[in-house]
Design a protein around this ligand. Sequence first.
Ligand code: PMP
Length: 414
Amino acid sequence: MTNPIEHIESNVRGYSRLFPTVFDTAIGSQLFDANGKRFIDFFCGAGALNYGHNHPGAKQALLDYISRNGIQHSLDTVTTAKVNFLKSFERLILQPRNLDYLVQFTGPTGTNAVEAAIKLARKQTQRSHVIAFTNAYHGHSLGSLALTGNRYFHSEFYGARNNVTHLPFDGYMGDTDTSELFAKMLSDGSSGLPLPAAVILETVQGEGGINVASEAWLKRIAGICHKHQIMLIIDDIQVGNGRTGAFFSFEASGIKPDVVCLSKSIGGGLPMSLVLIRRDRDTWRPGEHTGTFRGNNLAFVAAAAVLQHWADPTFESQIQERSEIVQAWLAKVCDQHASLGFQRRGRGLIWGLDVQQGEFAGKVIRHCFANGLLIEGAGADDQVLKLLPALTIEVPLLIEGLQILGSAIDAAAA
Ligand code: PMP
């Protein structure tokens, strides 16, 4: 029999390049391959597994739901699974934060949410231009790709750049306030920038290299949007669901987006995406934006189960406790390797260690894999090691993972 990895590599467009093994089972923050080798997970399906693999509550709820022949599909139907999810979401997430949004299910992937948000903004404002930012990542479909900044994903032949302008994200130009540039371009007419329908941004850019927008910058961008009646879309697909320490990544800044995109961990490990729409911004006619898999009951069941973490008043402080462990470790590593000029960026439990070179990061990632830690790179040159442990990771596992990462960095630097 051929080696399964070689078979996959020659027949499938897969990702075994980075993690060349066959994974078999997973629980919490640990995965096991078919040979029984254990891996600690600092990758979390790029933020899709904030509550860990095979979350016990989600697993039990799914088993119960299936064993009583729960309805599997819910296109154009209301189901108990959908109602239960909505009630939990309103009670545990929206109401305590004083947020009043319509919920629209948009399909299985984050891209589906981004597409819906952009379409809605264009329809609602009757304008077509959209502002995105350098290093942004919003998906790969033709609409969402136009918003994604990374040159690697673009080809002039896709024709996907239409009606999008990328402006510099906060910090992209050092201390320069890039929101001022945006305000000036809108008001003085010299750039030819049309009045946009929407601004879309990640408050912490995940794939783009863990670039953190300051609260002040977010407030200024929100202020500009408000002044010009531009729809502010926050893409919380990767950094929502508690990743930054609060359920929504924009909570600390106090801004009130017109639309919020959620996916990844909202489904408790199963595919699901949605947009939250400010009521006065909703201009869809019934059925105008639809799709077969925009209501998967198994995802609703898992989603309602993992939301229960937000009923625990200590949940945010548990995230903070883990965040502090990671931050202290990062400070130590940057200090130890001061001559290499590492930079660290992040919030909550999304942290990037910018090692400045993709080749160096690649060495570290391979060394980690060999020693039982899954971690990925981010940034335009894949030069950022991206630490994304589950919010629920046990502290000893977190520390063990950091030790593996530390040894891999030492080895790459030697
Ligand atoms: N937006 C952000 C911020 C993301 O991180 C991603 C996925 N990495 C997407 C959108 C696209 O989501 P999906 O891959 O599920 O379509």
